[in-house]
Design a protein around this ligand. Sequence first.
Ligand SMILES: NC(=O)C1=CN([C@@H]2O[C@H](COP(=O)(O)OP(=O)(O)OC[C@H]3O[C@@H](n4cnc5c(N)ncnc54)[C@H](OP(=O)(O)O)[C@@H]3O)[C@@H](O)[C@H]2O)C=CC1
Ligand SMILES: O=C1OC[C@@H](O)[C@H](O)[C@H]1O
Length: 396
Amino acid sequence: MMLPRLLLRQRQSTLLRRAKVANARTLTTVEDASKPIRWGIVGAGSISKDFAKAVNFTQGAEISAVAARSASKAAEFAKNHDIPQSYGSYDDLIQDPNVDVVYIGTIADTHAPLAKMSLLHHKPTVVEKPLTTSFQETKELIDLAKRNQVFFLEGMWSRFFPAMKKVRQLIADGAIGQPVMVSGDFGWSTQGCDEHHRIWFPASGGMIYDVAMYMAQLGLAAYEGDSFYKVSAMGITQQPTTMQHHPVDHTALVSCQMEHNRNGFLQFHVTGQASTEERAVFQGTKGRIVLENHHVPSKIQLYNNDGAQILEFPLPDDSFASWDHASSIGFTYQIEGVGKALREGALECPEFTWRESLEIARMLEDIRGQVIGTAEDEGESSEPESETASVARYGR
Ligand SMILES: NC(=O)C1=CN([C@@H]2O[C@H](COP(=O)(O)OP(=O)(O)OC[C@H]3O[C@@H](n4cnc5c(N)ncnc54)[C@H](OP(=O)(O)O)[C@@H]3O)[C@@H](O)[C@H]2O)C=CC1
Ligand SMILES: O=C1OC[C@@H](O)[C@H](O)[C@H]1O
């Protein structure tokens, strides 16, 4: 029998509340949990939906407002996620005194102006990846956060997963010796994305802005404190057959040498041509770590002189909800991490620092330039698909 919508929503709310109580037993609680951190959500699209469900699941966090470009869309989102206030303007949400921290879940080229507005209002701000669409914008925002002494974070949520924290600890403890190569892939097939999907947007689309940062952060996790030195990329651009202009990058194959540890390399590919394994390998001089589903990791395979070990870090039970993206329950780790940082008065999260955002912004700009810049220079942009390959020294 079909349940009426209201009843369904009430049932989901009850399940969510029960899950939240159960969750209290399995997740670390933050200090002063008596006063929840109040989130304001900017944008009512796909990832904001998953993020809202995760906030509603997380101890010590709640959503006080949501904003969308249209008031009716915001109101509908608010109803679906038990949010007391909705706005038809992003600006109004940013100015709401009942919002402790702003989450920006809009398309990538809107991140910089929205984050700037939020930081200018001294609002702690979390921005979905990619933080911006240029190194310069990222630098300006980080300088602003520093100047205004406001908490600021690029939502590199993978870093907050317990399995990822364990990988970093194992590498720091020397469990695989000196890291020498980090390699991996991240691909999902864009075949089902119609021409209105954000992945085709000329200024914010493409696979580099969508997933390359996940690969780059693996490199920085392995080579702690290091920078990217030489970066070379080759790839192809693509556009949906119904669109005749502005192809976006679709596959990028990237090789990189690290600056301080010149024996350390990173190699990855991202693609919209196929759904790939999403596997990362951290090869060290004395062993290796293999991470499956590396952007939402829950299992580590460690091979070294002590033999082979499998370490499991199961995500919280999320059977109470359906998600647009599998494993979005993992946002709860980032939401907790932000709550902890805010209660401690920190300006950044140790899990993913401003320095790392800058480093990654520089790399994304560079590889995007190598993959599509050359295609545009060569006047290939009217072709449905074009190939470029170039190698460049990583200037700084
Ligand atoms: N962490 C993760 O796992 C994931 C992160 N993301 C990131 O989240 C961001 C949003 O992605 P996603 O939710 O999939 O995208 P959607 O297309 O589903 O939603 C994007 C939102 O952007 C807002 N927006 C603002 N200006 C425009 C504009 N000119 N055209 C279209 N939309 C606009 C819209 O907000 P409004 O509702 O106000 O109209 C819309 O809801 C991206 O940066 C993406 O990389 C995406 C998927 C997974
Ligand atoms: O962040 C992301 O992770 C999962 C992908 O499917 C999605 O496109 C991307 O934005």
